[in-house]
Design a protein around this ligand. Structure first.
Ligand code: CDP
Length: 205
């Protein structure tokens, strides 16, 4: 079984996807981390996020194991990741890895922006998770401050909106729901309620 979970920044799709994977006994892949890792390595190498040739080279030999996840979760890396992610050659370089991961037994939950549209168009169930920008900023702000980042919800909101606009307007694999995706608005749902709603959708599809 393959479950695709897509949605805008900080919509809660990561937490939801991880819980769905545990619930159904499936593998889990946060595909955003792949783009974040390419961006992190670029900056580490002293390159700009818009250095396309270097980004493709890094993407082709990506090794997630050697990078600390905490360093990948900052807003700076998120912003750089969305610049990197607009590069079609970077996307192609990591497409096979994602598809092979999705097809491992007994199945997988992948979360990202283009799982239902490009990576796994034949997924058994597709969710598109949203929440209002203000709620997303509040949730992500809390997360970032708990991880030691000194950042206000207003700055987080500006970052999310900039990133969403970039992700929605790029020519390749833009952020959008697949035609057969189930929309799940978590604005007024806590994690538990969102999880129950997602399980009801998966079980019913
Ligand atoms: O956790 P959050 O929603 O803030 O972001 P993320 O899922 O870690 O993704 C970081 C960036 O990677 C996004 O803003 C996208 O530009 C890009 N991305 C993508 O293009 N395609 C994916 N499947 C996953 C992430």
């Amino acid at each position: 079984m393959i479950i695709a979970v897509d949605g805008p920044a900080a919509s809660g799709k990561g937490t939801l996807a991880r819980r769905l994977a545990a619930h159904y006994g499936l593998h889990f892949l946060d595909t955003g981390l792949l783009y974040r890792a390419v961006a992190w390595q670029l900056l580490e190498d002293g390159r700009g996020a818009d250095d396309e040739a270097a980004a493709v080279e890094i993407a082709a030999r990506l090794d997630l194991e050697s990078i600390s996840e905490t360093e990948l979760r900052t807003t700076g890396i998120g912003d750089a990741a969305s610049i990197v992610a607009a590069n079609p050659n970077v996307r192609t370089a990591i497409l096979d890895f994602q598809r092979r991961f999705a097809n491992r037994n007994p199945g997988a939950v992948l979360d990202g922006r283009d799982i239902g549209t490009i990576v796994c168009p034949d997924a058994d169930c597709k969710l598109f998770v949203t929440a209002s920008p203000e709620v997303r900023a509040r949730r992500r702000g809390r997360e970032l401050r708990a991880a030691g980042n000194d950042i206000s919800d207003d700055n987080v909101l500006a970052d999310l909106l900039r990133r969403d606009a970039r992700d929605q307007s790029r020519a390749v694999a833009p952020l959008r729901p697949a035609e057969d995706a189930h929309l799940l608005d978590t604005t007024n749902l806590d994690i538990e309620a969102a999880f129950r709603a997602a399980v009801a959708i998966v079980d019913g599809s």
